[in-house]
Design a protein around this ligand. Structure first.
Ligand code: AMP
Length: 273
């Protein structure tokens, strides 16, 4: 296991007024197993790091051989707060129907159906050049359908986002009332809410690489977080994310924002579950 921290232990304590980016990544050889991104205050770090370690060691994609945990302090002044996307669930009977619905939602957002079809089939086939999953997301030019990420095995990992601690009880209650008690829903909802903050991204499509997690979503600033109950078959280890990018986007600037801008999310504008 690798533990990377960008300050000495003492100065971590001295800077406890800061907020910390905590990231985990685990793998078996070159196979990506799991990853997670948190943004936390000092007193929460120990429990959160321990939970990430437990997750990496007990993952349905296999027990990790290599686990990297990275901790980096950020100045509180850099932090911005934004509301989560509005949330809705679309029930489908199976993954084929789910992918059809996802395609229609993406086309409704103005994407051309052949671009959507190509992105879906790349994701389904394993978006990494070796036919496996990527560590991050595919970036797809919404006009040409071209892949834009410079390393198609890594993709782009969105980082430095979390739920605002004050929002946690509200979100727990909303999810509980909707019968959705699942921390991975919150993680994905937070991630999608960060991705769609940037107007250069028209939409995100996601389904998990966990073989036993079949739900996915389409997210957009326009229509919110649209959870789709089935987007893949049970047992399938191929999943990933696609960000559809407007043409003529300053990619370097967008990637910096996705990776580096720290954002905490407050409850959604509408009580929408
Ligand atoms: P998960 O939802 O954790 O099962 O992740 C599914 C896929 O989404 C992964 O295989 C990655 O390709 C991608 N992914 C996971 N986390 C991130 C992230 N923070 N930023 C971008 N892509 C991600």
């Amino acid at each position: 296991m690798e533990l990377t921290a960008s300050r000495s232990h003492d100065s971590f304590r001295a800077m406890s007024q800061d907020i910390y980016s905590l990231r985990m990544r685990s793998s078996i050889g070159s196979k990506h197993i799991s990853g997670a991104e948190r943004l936390l205050e000092f007193p929460k770090l120990e429990d959160a790091a321990s939970a990430l370690l437990t997750r990496a060691l007990n993952h349905s994609r296999g027990a990790a051989e290599k686990i990297s945990i990275t901790l980096q302090p950020l100045a509180r002044e850099q932090l911005i707060k934004r509301p989560l996307l509005n949330f809705s669930t679309i029930e489908v009977n199976n993954w084929l129907q789910g992918r059809q619905v996802a395609s229609e939602l993406l086309v409704q957002l103005g994407l051309r159906s052949e671009i959507v079809k190509s992105a879906l089939s790349q994701l389904a086939a394993g978006p990494s050049p070796d036919g496996g999953v990527m560590r991050g997301a595919m970036l797809v030019d919404a006009e040409t359908g071209q892949r834009l990420e410079s390393d198609p095995a890594r993709g782009i990992r969105v980082s430095r986002m979390d739920l605002d601690p004050a929002a946690q009880p509200v979100i727990d209650r909303l999810l509980q009332m909707a019968g959705l008690c699942n921390s991975r829903i919150v993680e994905a909802w937070v991630l999608a809410s960060k991705v769609t903050l940037y107007p250069q991204i028209i939409a995100e499509l996601c389904w998990s690489d966990d073989p036993d997690y079949l739900t996915g979503y389409v997210a957009s600033a326009q229509h919110g977080y649209q959870r789709i109950t089935h987007l893949k078959e049970y047992g399938n280890e191929i999943g990933g994310r696609v960000f559809f990018i407007k043409p003529a986007t300053d990619l370097g600037r967008l990637i910096d924002k996705l990776q580096l801008e720290p954002v905490l999310f407050t409850p959604p504008a509408e009580n929408c579950l």
